[in-house]
Design a binder for this molecule. Structure first.
Ligand code: GLC
Ligand code: GLC
Length: 644
């Protein structure tokens, strides 16, 4: 009878066999305690690594070799780390849930110039109490179009325009000294076509050709092509790119210079584990798994969110627990909400973007109606223990209308037509729209489109300037949206520049490598954002920045914003969004008006929100008595705190 490789005792036997050789390597290591703790970590977590790898690769001729390889890599990372590791426990990552953790994200070159100068920007980050900093990839990339750093040539080398590995380590240390955790991208779905593996493949090396998906015969694509979605339809139809040197088509989900890795090959998995360790070594606390939904391919499927993609990510997670248990994975799944949540667990990605909330907040801002926001966030905000949302409004990418069709139908909205409306609205084509966004990857074939633009431009500030109209509503919209993500459960993430109301920058249109990618309209040199104005009273920059910093301070003063349970409340008025957070006898009630018209909630509506006694609004510090009803000014939000 054949032995089932997933039988429980198989992992134990494998470990028993592999351990002696491993331990021998470190017999002379000065820190034998470390080795002993590593042995304990294996006791606890090796089986997970084994199981994941067996599920993915046990039918491959060299499975056992790669299992040993993974274990050796993990041991090496553990034994040579700068400080002692503890055996993994979810409590190590409690900081993720804390009200203290405020996130920010941006590009090193745009925000600071380079890694060396990033040190000088730390005081600025401290002004906002940033504790989680996601820096876009700054590794070695080809010149010209490199998808904003997402076409990586070498993880061991920093783009010389940005700095050196030594400078990165020094920045990481400085950030840590300031209680700022570092988040780095692991672009593991693809490499640049200039990566040494791709070069070797092109030069005819069969081993490296097996690192990618090559199709010499067009018919070999047939099991895949008809099912795939175009991610960058503006640039190219289909997911394949002809390469002359290889006389083959290469799988390229994104740009034609980004070659998808072939994870069916276990050598790719172990090689990428080694690359991931370079991020750990550089000082990353969180590793953002870029485009993770696309990493496994299977004939007859759309090759997104496949069960084996999940298994692969779990394998990376299991590996990390043995190599660097303090580091966590973050999911970048910008897909349908039902799929987004499948990546989120302590054993897969404990951290995830919340694209559903992001899209719904913009939706409510456009419609001045909160029914879809309520339906979508009510159904989809709860996460498993030890995991956390990253709640954001803007990032370096476009806005896709990633709410669930079912949620829309449930509140009487046709999702297809509604997405069309939202695109018209945010590109300023819908009559009366306040937004000045730019379409991204409009696909005439499907009618699909996404939106680029800065938070301030999408919120109406640019239009207010153009028409010399009042800026008040735009500023309130910016603060309203930020207030929601600050009060919501999860890590609020600020896209650097939005805190000073930066506007769209259209100069990318004159830039050969950028003009075909409208996301550059919101990827802006920080020096051009007018951030200095934040200290000049009366300016929009000042109003936005101080409003934001005040709310950050409130959040950090009250633990209810961190650990508090979240409950999204049923509708009390069509333009009102309300949710509560409860923690240790305290209740915070957030009530927000998504309309430019003021509104009044009567006693009954207040009662429905659970307001039955005098309460204080943290934001204005005013006492409110629900017996008199509640007044909400245009775009006002209340943060009502009750202690019982
Ligand atoms: C991710 C990045 C995006 C990039 C894509 C391909 O979605 O956020 O900027 O274009 O992956 O790497
Ligand atoms: C697609 C991907 C997403 C990425 C985006 C880049 O939507 O699903 O991961 O951020 O393209 O614009």
């Amino acid at each position: 009878m054949l032995l089932d490789p997933s039988a429980t005792h198989c992992a134990d036997i494998a470990l028993e066999r592999l351990w002696p050789a491993l331990a021998k390597r470190y017999t002379r290591h000065k820190n034998q305690h470390r080795l002993a703790v590593f042995r304990q970590a294996l006791q606890q977590d090796f089986k997970r690594l084994y199981d994941c790898m067996a599920d993915l690769y046990s039918d491959q001729w060299d499975f056992y070799f790669h299992l040993e390889q993974s274990l050796t890599q993990a041991a090496q990372a553990w034994m040579t780390a700068d400080c002692d590791h503890q055996v993994y426990s979810a409590e190590q990552h409690a900081w993720l849930q804390s009200e203290q953790t405020i996130g920010a994200t941006g590009y090193v070159d745009l925000f600071a110039g380079n890694l060396r100068k990033l040190h000088d920007q730390i005081p600025y980050l401290n002004e906002m109490s940033v504790g989680y900093l996601h820096l876009m990839p700054f590794f070695d990339v080809p010149e010209g179009d490199n998808d904003g750093g997402y076409a990586i040539k070498d993880y061991g080398k920093i783009n010389p325009l940005v700095g050196t590995m030594a400078q990165l380590k020094s920045v990481a240390t400085a950030l840590h000294d300031n209680n700022i955790r570092l988040v780095l991208d692991f672009v593991f779905n693809h490499t640049s076509d200039q990566h040494q593996w791709a070069l070797a493949a092109k030069a005819g090396d069969r081993r490296y050709q097996d690192f990618y998906w090559l199709f010499r015969d067009a018919a070999d694509k047939d099991p895949y092509s008809p099912y795939l979605r175009d991610i960058f339809p503006d640039k190219r139809a289909g997911c394949f790119t002809w390469n002359d040197e290889l006389q083959a088509e290469v799988w390229t989900t994104f740009n034609d210079f980004q070659w998808d890795l072939n994870y069916q090959n276990p050598e790719v998995y172990t090689a990428m584990c080694a690359e991931m360790l370079k991020l750990v070594d550089a000082g990353a606390d969180v590793i953002r798994l870029d485009a993770l939904a696309f990493t496994w391919k299977q004939p007859g499927s759309n090759c997104e969110n496949l069960p084996k993609a999940h298994r692969l990510i779990q394998a990376f997670n299991a590996f990390l627990r043995l190599a660097a248990p303090g580091v966590v994975l973050k999911s970048e799944a910008i897909v349908a909400p039902d799929e987004v949540v499948k990546y989120i667990s302590a054993d897969e990605c404990p951290v995830s973007y919340n694209p559903n909330l992001m899209a719904l907040l913009w939706e409510a801002l456009a419609t001045r109606q909160t029914k879809l926001l309520i339906a979508g966030s009510q159904a989809r905000s709860r996460l498993p223990e030890h995991t956390v949302w990253v709640n954001y409004l803007r990032c370096h990418d476009d806005i896709g209308w990633a709410f669930a069709d079912a949620d829309a139908w449930n509140v009487g909205i046709n999702p297809h037509d509604h997405r069309y409306f939202l695109n018209q609205f945010y590109t300023g084509q819908f009559p009366g729209s306040f937004a000045t966004g730019v379409p991204f990857q409009a696909d005439p074939k499907t009618g699909d489109c996404r939106i680029s633009g800065t938070l301030a431009s999408l919120s109406g500030l640019e239009q207010a300037y153009q028409t010399q109209g009042p800026t008040e509503h735009a500023i309130k919209r910016i603060l309203l949206l930020h207030g929601i993500i600050l009060a919501f459960k999860g890590i609020p993430l600020i896209y650097l520049g939005d805190e000073v109301a930066m506007l769209n920058d259209y100069s990318y249109r004159d830039h050969e490598d950028r003009q075909s990618d409208s996301r550059w309209v919101h990827r802006i040199d920080f020096a051009h954002t007018g951030a200095g104005q934040r200290t000049v009273e009366g300016t929009p920059q000042h109003k936005v920045f101080t409003g934001l910093v005040d709310m950050i301070k409130l959040r950090r003063d009250h633990p209810v914003f961190g650990a508090g349970d979240l409950c999204v409340l049923p509708s009390v008025a069509e333009n009102v969004y309300a949710f509560s957070r409860t923690y240790q006898g305290q209740t915070l009630l957030v009530v927000a008006n998504f309309s430019e018209r003021g509104c009044r909630l009567d006693v009954a509506q207040c009662f429905n929100l659970g307001l039955d006694a005098t309460t204080v609004d943290l934001i204005t510090n005013l006492q409110l008595d629900p017996v008199e009803g509640l007044e909400l000014a245009p775009y006002q939000q209340l943060w009502l705190l009750n202690s019982r």
